[in-house]
Design a protein around this ligand. Structure first.
Ligand code: F6P
Length: 341
């Protein structure tokens, strides 16, 4: 048996831990061969593959990014690409594929499964917005990075009596904003799930500044005002139709300063949240996902995705996982709200 493994979409800490686990489990437990596919689906279209042995994956557990590279290539956009991808599966004698990625990568995995490809999905997104799994790896690292940033911003906010706006990732879901906001003691958290009223935000901040002379406001990049639209970082979309978000922090900072009269500064954490070494939690989760995915292949369970449910790693249909994005649990947001203002 020969397994292909690829990483698609935006990178995140823990991808190398998954690759390492897939290779180890394959070789040590089942004596399978593993081929690494470079740069997501692009590598499968181009036939850009490399054999992955135990030596190739040693020493990568703690490293951020992905040794295989990644891309947002969508092979389904072009019939010729699908044909080349299928041909390469045959040419390199890949019997089963481990597709590590977010919603877009998993959509392609499902399409391929429906065309007869033996594929198992491993959910990956820094945004933690994949349905059916309690957490995705990389998310815990991002929350840790943002929490540390908020702690640092607290001291300078307090010294200068300023509002600090912190813009974090979260395209459709505000998981990073809510979790890091709770951990960092944010005074306001704005997320895509709950459109915000700018006047109310300013009123809350002004009221707070009568007592406390500083505030920390965490905003997810996909947050929208009740009377406004998403703020985009540029024009165009990627091959899956995703717009590029970014800039809501600047818009907010400007408006808050203008409307409240309180000096305001903006920090956009951007890709810092996705870079560097994964936390221990993410290394362990990624390892468990990788091992279970290979077990699923050995059991002949295809068209499935591995997922964390409570203490267990389970399998569920990819079809169910990609129905929609997983939204922030409003009970959690309710807890965050207790500390607003
Ligand atoms: O989908 C994960 C994500 O990190 C989003 O939070 C963010 O909007 C996007 O990727 C950024 O993508 P890119 O790396 O292509 O700039």
């Amino acid at each position: 048996m020969r397994i292909g493994v690829l990483t698609g979409g935006g990178d995140c800490p823990g991808l190398n831990a998954v690759i390492r686990a897939v290779v180890r489990r394959s070789i040590v437990t089942y004596e399978y061969d593993v081929l690494g596919v470079r740069n997501g689906w692009k590598g499968m279209i181009d036939g850009d593959v490399e054999p992955l042995g135990l030596y190739a994956v040693s020493g990568i557990l703690h490293r951020g990014g992905t040794i295989l590279g990644t891309s947002r290539t969508n092979p389904m956009k072009n019939k010729d690409d699908v044909r080349r991808l299928m041909d390469n599966m045959q040419r390199y004698e890949i019997d089963a594929l481990c597709a590590v990625g977010g919603n877009d990568t998993l959509h392609v995995a499902l399409e391929l499964f429906n065309r007869g490809v033996k594929v198992v999905g491993i959910p990956k997104t820094i945004d933690n917005d994949i349905l059916g799994t309690d957490f995705t790896f990389g998310f815990n690292t991002a929350v840790t990075i943002v929490t540390e940033a908020i702690d640092r911003l607290h001291t300078t906010a307090e010294s200068h009596h300023r509002v600090m706006v912190v813009e974090v990732m979260g395209r459709h879901s505000g998981w990073i904003a809510v979790m890091s906001g709770i951990a960092g003691g944010a005074d306001m958290i704005l997320i895509p799930e709950v459109p915000f009223d700018l006047n109310k935000v300013c009123d809350t901040l002004k009221k707070r500044h009568k007592q406390k002379k500083f505030s920390i406001l965490v905003v997810a990049e996909g947050a929208v005002p009740t009377d406004g639209e998403l703020v985009l970082a540029g024009e165009g979309t990627d091959e899956f139709g995703n717009v590029r978000l970014g800039g809501i922090g600047q818009v907010l900072g400007h408006e808050i300063e203008k409307r409240s009269g309180i000096e305001t500064r903006v920090t956009i954490l951007g890709h810092i949240q996705r870079g560097g070494s994964p936390t221990a939690y993410d290394r362990i989760l990624a390892t468990r996902f990788g091992v279970r995915a290979v077990d699923a292949i050995a059991e002949g369970q295809f068209g499935k995705m591995v997922a964390l449910r409570s203490e267990d790693i389970v399998l569920l249909d990819i079809e169910k996982a990609i129905l929609e994005n997983k939204k922030v649990d409003m009970r959690l947001y309710g807890i965050a709200e207790i500390f607003f203002g």
